[in-house]
Design a protein around this ligand. Structure first.
Ligand SMILES: Cc1cc2nc3c(=O)[nH]c(=O)nc-3n(C[C@H](O)[C@H](O)[C@H](O)COP(=O)(O)OP(=O)(O)OC[C@H]3O[C@@H](n4cnc5c(N)ncnc54)[C@H](O)[C@@H]3O)c2cc1C
Length: 515
């Protein structure tokens, strides 16, 4: 039953809401109510990867071992242009930095099931269906109203209610693309008539589908790899997932993601087969898998946005945002759910600490309040910075895989192939995707100016983005650093180009002859 008051109300029971409740309870705080508008849990797979830094965080709340036992441990993420291996992000190279040197492949439905199981063990259960429709600041906290007419008073309200967050909107926190300043459009904007115009305004529509494959599967597609195949017409992401619990044959499920068929709202089996044939048809060892069955599919359009603040004090109460309520972006690199779980565990720790301080009879109320503002302000700044970094990275990845003209694609393939020759770039890519790099950067002191000249993946991305950007503000901020970074990039590129063996290989690749 819904209580009339609580210290913390968590709205939303996706991975972020569940992880926040677990983190609060593990850190000694259980005066929580957690609600969801849905009458029951979800069965959709959506996010499929849990990265190393997220596993490290999940371990602090007793969930990593259970997840690791259920998922597949992928060692590599490979990018191929037809038969040519362009890059191979090597997650095993993370071993000195983490106990989890892999990308864990597991469906979001299973992840949520495991998190809910852990939360129940800690004595917290979900209250549903409770759809939040209103919220106002009152003496001593926030009064939250539900569709049923019931209300609950809470000192802190945690918005874990997804990308269209009601809590974010009721708190009046803007949500926009940090690079363009635009708000994401959920619907077709007014005046946009054709699909082509829509694509230009909102980006391409993509398909995700979980399927069963049969027939001979090429060795390049195995349970140790997440594979991206680039071809002149499209890209295909192909990722193995553990078999479904109720499948008596224990068959591997495959996640396919590719551009949607123009003008078609449905994901069809022939369309997926065509994309699969064109992606795998050039592999040297052959094998022609057949798409047997679509288990689940969805169309979506890539949007990027971040909340202006992840914490806001409203009178006596306060609101914090986590997960998709705070940030949305392209699924490239499987970052969304990871970022959300990490926001949630950090917020749980911070809130538990703040509430402990407030409950201390020896602490002066104004000092406890100042402490809360400082800790939660820090949380907000740090999580927003992480979200903006991920938005930048996923925009670059989406842009690179979606290039449309043949010369641009060839150029991309050659650059990628050259960069992917040594282990340095492949290992850095794995480090970046894992989330470990972002955390290491926050622990480091600010770099001295001379160190800022060193080549980093972030630097290259930011430099290229700011040089390519038509946004004057972005150019202003990035132009000086960008020149240095692009210069460093050209030097690196020239060094890589030099050896004749690479030159001999690069020329046929650019000409479209694949080994
Ligand atoms: C099609 C698709 C594919 C995706 N693929 C990937 C991927 O490959 N990799 C990846 O990392 N991420 C992926 N994502 C993103 C990932 O699913 C999200 O990042 C993740 O689900 C966010 O978790 P969350 O807990 O913040 O929000 P959600 O999972 O959206 O949960 C929000 C919860 O809040 C509840 N709620 C909403 N409004 C209210 C209200 N007013 N009152 C009460 N409850 C409410 C909802 O019922 C829901 O249960 C994908 C998303 C989509 C849509």
């Amino acid at each position: 039953m819904l209580p009339t008051s609580t210290n913390i109300l968590i709205v939303g029971t996706g991975p972020a809401g569940l992880a926040c409740a677990i983190s609060l309870a593990v850190n000694g705080y259980k005066d929580i109510a957690i609600v969801d508008a849905r009458p029951s849990g979800r069965t959709l797979s959506r996010a499929i990867v849990i990265h190393a830094q997220t596993l490290e965080e999940l371990d602090t709340v007793g969930c990593a071992d259970r997840l690791n036992a259920r998922g597949l441990h992928a060692k590599y993420m490979t990018v191929r242009a037809q038969s040519t291996l362009l890059a191979k992000a090597n997650f095993t190279s993370l071993a000195p930095r983490t106990r989890y040197p892999w990308a864990l492949l597991i469906s979001q439905a299973e992840t949520e099931e495991i998190l809910e199981e852990r939360m129940n063990e800690l004595g917290i259960t979900i209250l549903r269906p409770y759809n939040v429709t209103g919220m106002k600041s009152v003496e001593g906290g926030m009064l939250v109203q539900f569709e049923t007419g019931e209300t609950i008073k809470a000192r802190y309200v945690v918005g874990a209610d997804g990308s269209r967050s009601t809590i974010r909107q009721l708190a009046g926190i803007p949500f926009r693309d940090p690079l363009t300043g635009k708000e994401p459009h959920a619907e077709r904007p007014r005046g946009v008539e054709t699909d082509r115009e829509l694509e230009k305004r909102l980006g391409k529509e993509l398909v995700i589908a979980d399927v069963h494959l049969s027939g001979r599967i090429p060795p390049e597609v195995n349970t140790e790899e997440l594979s991206v195949f680039l071809s002149p017409l499209q890209f295909l992401l192909l990722v193995p997932l553990p078999s479904l619990k109720d499948d008596p044959n224990g068959r591997t499920v495959y996640r396919m993601s590719c551009p949607a068929e123009p003008g078609s709202a449905d994901v069809t089996l022939p369309r997926l087969q065509t994309v699969l044939d064109s992606a795998l048809g050039h592999l040297p060892h052959g094998g022609k898998p057949r798409v047997d069955r679509i288990l689940w599919s969805s169309n979506f359009r890539v949007k990027s946005a971040v909340a202006d603040r992840f914490f806001a004090r409203l009178g006596d109460g306060a609101v914090a945002l986590i997960g998709d309520a705070g940030h949305v972006h392209s699924p490239a690199g499987g970052q969304g759910m990871n970022l959300g779980i990490r926001d949630a565990i950090q917020l749980g720790r911070t809130l538990a600490d703040v509430l402990r301080r407030e409950a201390d009879p020896g602490a002066a109320p104004h000092a406890a309040r100042a402490y809360a503002l400082q800790r939660l302000g820090q949380f907000s700044e740090e999580r927003r910075r992480m979200a903006v970094q991920v938005i930048r990275m996923t925009k670059v990845m989406t842009w690179a895989t979606g290039l449309e003209t043949l010369p641009a694609q060839k150029m991309r393939d050659v650059v990628w192939w050259l960069m992917g020759r040594g282990s340095f770039v492949n290992n850095r890519l794995a480090l970046r995707l894992s989330g470990l790099q972002a955390v290491e950067q926050t622990k480091k002191p600010a770099p001295a100016p001379a160190q800022q000249m060193s080549i980093s993946v972030t630097g290259i991305e930011n430099g290229i983005r700011s040089l390519l950007s038509k946004d004057p503000q972005s150019l202003q901020q990035g132009a000086g650093g960008a020149a240095i970074r692009v210069f460093s990039y050209v030097v690196l590129f020239a060094c890589l180009l030099f050896p004749t063996v690479w030159l001999r290989r690069a020329v046929p690749l650019a000409a479209g002859v694949h080994a």
